[in-house]
Write a protein that binds this ligand. Structure first.
Ligand SMILES: [Zn+2]
Ligand SMILES: [Zn+2]
Length: 177
């Protein structure tokens, strides 16, 4: 899936002492050569972070380390649930609870959805168990549809206002002696 591919490195052909991510020069920050190009480096350290954070798989790894599979909404420990439900009948039980047994019991959620301008930044990412994530996604889809409807209605009202103003102007013109 394209969304899971690593992003392109914009300046991959840059010579040493030029950052392959941002294209700026990399200079010695201190010491006797402060301000001179640092030919040992090809990346700014902060640009390595930016590159790692731009990878959706890395985002999932970071959230797993941080949250350990615990749902931010209902508090369920999905790893504990997986350990508890093993063996015979476990898949049936998981399905009854709203999980897909062959997949991870938790999902990576963008608190502000990407379509609404949310980012891959850690502060915008949370762990949700599958049922909570399904609920949140359904709610967001309904909210988006509601917003679209409201915008469409507003456009119709504005158009009706314009038509009314036009006809009033025409009528006023006709009434002139
Ligand atoms: Zn850089
Ligand atoms: Zn949950």
């Amino acid at each position: 899936m394209a969304a899971h591919r690593r992003p392109e490195i914009p300046f991959s052909d840059a010579p040493r002492a030029t950052c392959r991510w941002c294209g700026d020069s990399i200079l010695y920050a201190s010491g006797p050569r402060a301000g001179k190009p640092d030919a040992r480096r090809r990346w700014h350290p902060e640009c390595v972070d930016a590159y790692n954070q731009s990878d959706p798989r890395e985002a999932r790894r970071r959230v797993r380390r941080r949250d350990r599979g615990r749902c931010a909404d209902c508090g369920l420990d999905t790893y504990a649930l997986r350990r508890k439900l093993r063996g015979r009948g476990s898949h049936r039980k998981l399905r009854a609870l709203g999980f897909q047994p062959r997949k991870s019991l938790w999902e990576l959620d963008h608190i502000v959805p990407l379509v609404d301008g949310g980012s891959h930044d850690a502060s915008n990412l949370q762990t949700l168990c599958k049922p909570c994530h399904t609920r949140k996604s359904a709610r967001e889809t309904a909210e988006r549809a509601g917003r679209k409807r409201a915008e469409a209605e507003l456009r119709i009202l504005e158009r009706a206002d314009t038509l009314l103003a036009d006809s009033e102007r025409i009528l006023a013109g006709l009434e002139q002696p």
